[in-house]
Design a protein around this ligand. Structure first.
Ligand SMILES: Cc1cc2nc3c(=O)[nH]c(=O)nc-3n(C[C@H](O)[C@H](O)[C@H](O)COP(=O)(O)OP(=O)(O)OC[C@H]3O[C@@H](n4cnc5c(N)ncnc54)[C@H](O)[C@@H]3O)c2cc1C
Length: 494
């Protein structure tokens, strides 16, 4: 037999469940490693929480609009995808807090609302004399105080007091993560903060150090034209790598043939309810959300081992495009985070997108503005949940809230376009013990041949966390399955 006639070894095949950033990254990495990959997504479009929508003739981000710069994970990926030149920083003017006594510029020298500089006049204005005095205890308390805190809320309360927690940290954390700092695991929400506090003996100094560690002086960056280009570039890349894409299919179970060791994916077409075993492969990567992965793995792993990560609150984002030249002066900087104690406004945050991003300002043109309000907090259990309102009612509420928050008249006559995007299960909550459960779960998963799991429910929310975690887990998965050495261990033994 000539070499040409030799049967070619068949390519390993892999199925990736979930077409958000984690699933797209996983599919791309597996295909780059030479595998035949099928990507199954429940919705009719890929990208998950990173997507686009058209409002008032502007193409805007419908979900994530920036990424954290505390590591280079996302900017490295963007550079690899040819988007590096488009990375932009937000307007440094900063954001505001809306507290029961009105709007205040937010301190610029910390992280997650934790002030890095207690001498900053904005901190004094927000905390008042008594609150500031208590916050200053932080400098004098032994480093051991709070060093074993399990939640972010516990750490801030014990080091800086209730006023700092309620008036500085809670509005930021609720606005960005939709969950109260008292329920968020410290090491998941603020990696490195505890260690820096132990080292320096001060929470303020630790917050300042983390802030300074962010690249280019800003904690976040974006892409001119929108973060949705990240999804688009990843989709183009997986198409180029010949990944088979199935959208509109709900993955409901996986089954392993003990004779061949191959996995079969059972999927259901949501529209017609048809169940089918349409794909099979040697490997399965779960990249959907926590509840779905838990359900799929339920019969393969003892239930207790799979972390029960809450899907997070339902969130509704209302984007308004308005003609209102009074907003040209950016009255509240790049936007506001709203204290839950404010009853006259129901939004938890407002982003003044034309103030925050130069490219949106240029695209909108003079006098025209984009504001995005978000609704839905984990603590919302009262009879009125804004996210349950119809779109038109939510738009009316958003106009009312935007007027109050920005201090500028805004009503239907100013409206050029509006859109409501609802996110369900896209902001998973990492409660205390999460990291440990994730580690235990990933250890247990090693006993399930050919299966791994990625995504925000394991990595933590945010593109920086999801990108770095997915890349690391999939690299390790490929080398382990193939019995190779990781690049790190190769370097070590070379
Ligand atoms: C409104 C909003 C704003 C955000 N803003 C920012 C931001 O500015 N900066 C930032 O860094 N992060 C932000 N985030 C967080 C960040 O977008 C997410 O952490 C990240 O995109 C999660 O990626 P993922 O792939 O893990 O999950 P997802 O994006 O949720 O993707 C999971 C995918 O799995 C699919 N799926 C679920 N079940 C099934 C099933 N049974 N079968 C097949 N497919 C299934 C879903 O449809 C979805 O497409 C934001 C999130 C939201 C919701």
């Amino acid at each position: 037999m000539t070499a040409q006639n030799q049967p070619r070894p068949s390519r390993e095949s892999a199925i990736v469940i979930g077409g958000g950033i984690a699933g797209l990254l996983a599919a791309r990495q597996l295909a780059q490693a030479g595998m035949k990959v099928t990507l199954v997504e429940r919705r009719n479009h890929l990208g998950g929480a990173v997507g686009a929508h058209l409002v008032g003739k502007l193409v805007l981000d419908s979900g994530a609009e920036s990424f954290a710069t505390r590591t280079s994970a996302v900017s490295d990926l963007l550079t690899e995808l040819g988007l590096g030149e488009k990375i932009v920083s937000p307007n440094p003017t900063g954001s505001w807090l809306y507290l029961p006594d009105g709007p205040h510029p937010a301190p610029k020298t910390g992280v997650l609302g934790i002030p890095g500089d207690l001498a900053d006049p904005t901190v004094r204005e927000i905390l008042g004399r008594a609150g500031l005095r208590r916050a200053k205890f932080d400098k004098h308390l032994p480093a051991s105080i709070g060093s074993s805190a399990t939640t972010l809320g516990e750490l801030v309360r014990v080091r800086m007091g209730q006023a700092a927690l309620e008036r500085l940290v809670t509005p930021v954390v609720l606005g960005v993560h939709a969950t109260h700092p008292d329920t968020l695991e410290l090491d998941s929400i603020a990696p490195g903060l505890r260690e820096k506090m132990r080292e320096t003996g001060s929470l303020a100094t630790a917050a300042m150090m983390l802030r300074k560690a962010s690249k280019a002086g800003s904690q976040v960056a974006g892409i001119a034209g929108g973060m949705n280009q990240l999804s688009e570039a990843l989709v183009n890349d997986v198409i180029r790598l010949k990944v088979r894409i199935l959208t509109g299919y709900d993955a409901i179970a996986i089954d392993r043939d003990p004779a061949t060791g191959r996995w079969t994916l059972i999927q259901r077409q949501p529209e017609i309810g048809l169940k089918a075993a349409a794909s099979s492969g040697k490997y399965i990567v779960l990249a959907s959300d926590g509840p779905n992965c838990t359900r799929i793995l339920g019969s393969h792993l003892p239930g207790a081992v799979v972390p029960q990560v809450g899907a997070g609150p339902e969130v509704a984002l209302v984007t308004l495009v308005v003609d209102q030249p009074e907003l040209d002066r950016f009255p509240r900087g790049t936007g506001l985070l709203v204290s839950e104690q404010v009853k006259s406004v129901r939004a938890k945050a407002l982003t003044h997108a034309t103030a925050k991003w130069e490219w949106i300002k240029d695209a909108a043109g003079p006098g025209r503005h984009v504001v995005r309000l978000s609704y839905g907090r984990a603590s919302d259990d009262g009879p009125l949940q804004e996210v349950k309102l119809y779109d038109d009612q939510l738009i009316q509420l958003a106009l009312h809230d935007a007027q109050k928050l920005l201090g500028v008249t805004l009503n239907r006559s100013h409206l050029i376009g509006a859109d409501v995007v609802r996110w369900n299960g896209s902001l998973p909550t990492a409660t205390p013990g999460h990291r440990e459960k994730v580690n235990t779960f990933r250890e247990a998963l090693k006993d399930l041949p050919g299966v791994t799991a990625v995504g925000a429910w394991l990595a933590g929310n945010g593109l920086a966390a999801v990108t770095a975690d997915t890349q690391r887990v999939i690299e390790e998965f490929i080398v382990t399955q193939r019995g190779e050495k990781t690049s790190a261990s190769k370097d070590f033994t070379a």
